[in-house]
Ligand binder design. Structure first.
Ligand code: ADP
Ligand code: MG
Length: 720
């Protein structure tokens, strides 16, 4: 196989930068030209129809048949001149990828291009090929996709793509998006109610999201020559390069030209799709980069992130590159995350997480701030579960990634505000008093965006006017963590309103009532606040003292999906039923098992078929060398020492792989999915992966570079 490595290395010598066709100097000339959302509907629909659609979107109402027909016809007429012949319902099944099934507009019987409202609104993909976590056997086999008009239709891959939700015929959600839409509705309802304590004009609160997406880029030939990257998305072997991340010269350094063109190219495609990508830069590790769009309405941002990842994959092909979204493709280097910047914004344009110069608005800010903190405190384990995946397990809790312990960083200024606030308990506010001053909340600095006060080691940080959920994995469909976050905040706000209303009904002043309850929450949720170094060993100890959960692996983390607390939460807001939660957990466990199983197999194949034969061949060379030396009467002790070392490592690898394979056979027979996933974690991954890898990586150092079969880290990371 070494020849594959050298062929790949030869191939990349010939690489050139691929030219990028920038449609215009002005982005506004092509922004959203492949998107059919509200602005395009306004242009292409009769005013009455447009009003209907807009109303339906705003209020989550059904779109009637006539309106659907009109939209279908308009979108068809918009797409056909762009050379589009097919359409598809685009959805997000629990596999993690997006799915589509293409149909043509062409109707052979009439020889016309047709697109009816009914085809826009609903379709029946073959649900049997998508995971349902057992729902299908208990319920009805078929599922359908239903149009989500709140996310823009778009053209991608020469196809008109209609964003949809995917549900079973008996109504169970089979995708990521259906529960997200319900969670968005729940937080809107609860937040709007609470906003009315402060401003009667608020009728709607929308959640916003901006995802900072981290990724690695490697040459395609190098990628293809590594079966582990191809099969598992990560390298299971590979010795650290001499020049790793130590130099940190990559961060904010200049982007290499080939990659730069690739980035420009996918940005153009993204912009055409209406994805407002705005920043690009190098990340910490070599060959690691980040892209961040401007924040958008949560549902749209979620679809856009899924779509962006797809765009980045496809455009990479043109540049003979491969983009990696795996959370930890390379051991010893930084992993990739997806920071979810999240806020709540009213229809009157107020960001509820932005401190203001007005004291009254600051009480509102504190209300939302403290309730979010309390929500995270109450449901930290659900948040942890919402980001759990085989890939993210390699990243969370490692010493360069957010810890698996969920805590909140709020910064020094807000910490002191909260501490003051808590102490001001017995302050008597009398008529004519400046209540805000007495409570110490009159002076929340308007701008808390102090960059020196950023904590990059926190999984959940307040960053001035938004929260940043940083523990999300780079490959994750953000609908999952965002469903959890919005739902727990909705629930918390609802409880808050109930408590405040009770005090008001008992005759207490509204503002005093709010303050009373907030103060209680600040006290109750104290242990979730952490301002120190989240990567440190002390924090692990401190967190354990505080009784915060530190759940290190996916099989255990996913348990939170079916805890009593979670079930009640999802049921209270009618987001997912018990059956749906069980099914989701089951699907995620199966996904975990499959991932670890693939890694284990790839490891075994590579070790037995490539690494060991190479090492033995090299060892034979050393043996004849030792014999030759001996014949000449020259001391061969050091060669013999090497031969012994190599032997030991070969034995470790061989025995490890054989034992691991036996373990797999045993574990595969376990019927209970949760027990099986736990066994894959403990008895396969934890027990063998590191052990086998350590010896393989040592062999990489011993064996002649000319003979080594796998592309090395230095080649993967520095050649482009
Ligand atoms: P950083 O966190 O690295 O300082 P930025 O401030 O540029 O980065 O923001 C990162 C992401 O957060 C961007 O996608 C940005 O659009 C998004 N963002 C900014 N403000 C908000 C907000 N109020 N709500 C949600 N996302 C936001
Ligand atoms: Mg950030």
């Amino acid at each position: 196989m070494a020849h594959l490595r050298f062929k790949a290395l030869e191939e990349i010598q010939k690489r050139d930068t691929v030219n990028v066709n920038i449609p215009s100097d002005k982005i506004s000339d092509y922004f959203a030209q492949h998107s059919f959302g509200l602005p395009q509907m306004r242009e292409n629909l009769a005013p009455e129809t447009y009003k209907n659609v807009e109303y339906a979107i705003k209020h989550g109402k059904k779109i009637d048949e006539a309106t659907a027909d009109a939209v279908a016809s308009a979108v068809k007429n918009w797409a056909i001149p762009k050379g589009i012949t097919h359409y598809t319902h685009w959805f997000q099944p629990l596999t993690g990828a997006t799915a589509e099934k293409h149909d043509t507009f062409f109707d052979a019987s009439s020889s016309l291009e047709k697109f009816k409202g009914s085809a826009l609104v609903q379709q029946e993909p073959d649900a049997s090929s998508f995971p349902s976590g057992g729902i299908r056997s208990t319920f009805e086999a078929r599922g359908y996709t239903a149009w989500d008009p709140s996310s823009p239709i778009f053209i991608w891959n020469d196809t008109l793509c209609i964003p949809t939700i995917f549900v079973s015929y008996t109504g169970e959600a089979l995708d990521y998006k259906a529960p997200l839409l319900k969670a968005i509705e729940a937080v809107d309802k609860a937040a709007t109610y609470v906003c009315k304590y402060f401003d009667r004009n608020v009728t709607r609160v929308s959640a916003s999201l901006g995802c900072e997406q981290e990724y690695f880029v490697v040459d395609r030939a190098l990628f293809s020559s590594r079966p582990d990257l191809v099969m598992a998305g990560r390298t299971v072997f590979g010795h650290n390069p001499a020049r790793g991340q130590q130099l940190d010269d990559h961060y904010f350094g200049s982007i290499p030209p080939r990659i730069y063109n690739y980035i420009k190219d996918f940005e153009v495609e993204a912009l055409k799709l209406g994805i407002p990508v705005s920043t690009r830069h190098n990340e910490v590790a070599p060959s690691q980069f980040e892209v961040a769009p401007l924040f958008e309405d949560l549902n749209k941002a979620t679809d856009h992130n899924q779509l962006l990842m797809d765009v980045m994959q496809k455009v990479a092909e043109r540049h003979h590159l491969k983009v990696l979204f795996h959370e930890k493709p390379f051991a010893g280097l930084n992993g990739s995350g997806k920071h979810n910047n999240w806020s709540l914004i009213t229809n009157t344009g107020v960001n509820l997480f932005a401190p203001s110069s007005s004291a009254r608005e600051n009480l509102q800010f504190l209300t939302f701030f403290v309730n979010t903190m309390k929500a995270v405190h109450e449901h930290a384990e659900l948040l942890r579960a919402s980001i759990a995946s085989a890939g993210n397990d390699y990243r969370l809790g490692a010493n360069e990634a957010p810890p698996a312990i969920i805590s909140i960083f709020i910064g020094q200024q807000l910490s002191s505000v909260l501490n003051e606030f808590e102490k001001s308990g017995n302050v008597k506010v009398e008529k004519g008093d400046n209540m805000y001053m007495k409570l110490g909340i009159d002076k929340i600095p308007e701008i808390i965006l102090d960059n020196t006060d950023r904590n990059r080691t926190s999984p959940f940080a307040f960053t001035g006017n938004k929260f940043e959920f940083r523990a999300v994995g780079s490959d994750t469909n953000v609908a999952n963590p965002m469903t959890a976050l919005n739902l727990i905040v909705a629930d918390q706000l609802r409880k808050f309103a109930k408590e405040v209303d009770k005090l008001i009904d008992g005759g207490m002043d509204k503002r005093i009532a709010i303050v009373e309850i907030l103060r209680k929450y600040v006290k109750e949720s104290k242990k979730i606040r952490f301002e120190g170094d989240g990567y440190s060993e002390e924090w692990v100890k401190e967190a354990s003292k505080r009784k915060l959960a530190n759940i290190k692996d996916t099989p255990r983390a996913l348990e939170a999906y079916t805890s009593k607390r979670t079930k009640k939460l999802f049921a209270d807001h009618k987001v997912l039923s018990e059956v749906e939660l069980e099914a989701r957990k089951e699907t995620m466990l199966e996904n975990y098992i499959m991932k670890v199983q693939i890694e284990s197999r790839v490891m075994g194949d590579l070790a037995l078929n490539h690494i060991i034969p190479t090492a033995i061949a090299y060892q034979s060379k050393l043996i004849s060398n030792a014999n030759g030396l001996k014949g000449l009467g020259i001391d061969n002790a050091s060669t013999i020492k090497n031969i012994k070392k190599i032997s030991e490592h070969i034995d470790t690898v061989r025995e490890g792989v054989l034992e691991m394979t036996e373990e797999r056979k045993r574990v595969n027979k376990i019927e209970d999915t949760a027990a099986k996933a736990a066994a894959y974690c403990d008895d396969i991954k934890e027990k063998y992966f590191e052990k086998i890898r350590r010896s393989v990586d040592k062999l990489e150092l011993y064996v002649d570079d000319e003979d080594w079969p796998l592309i090395k880290y230095r080649e993967l990371l520095f050649l482009r």
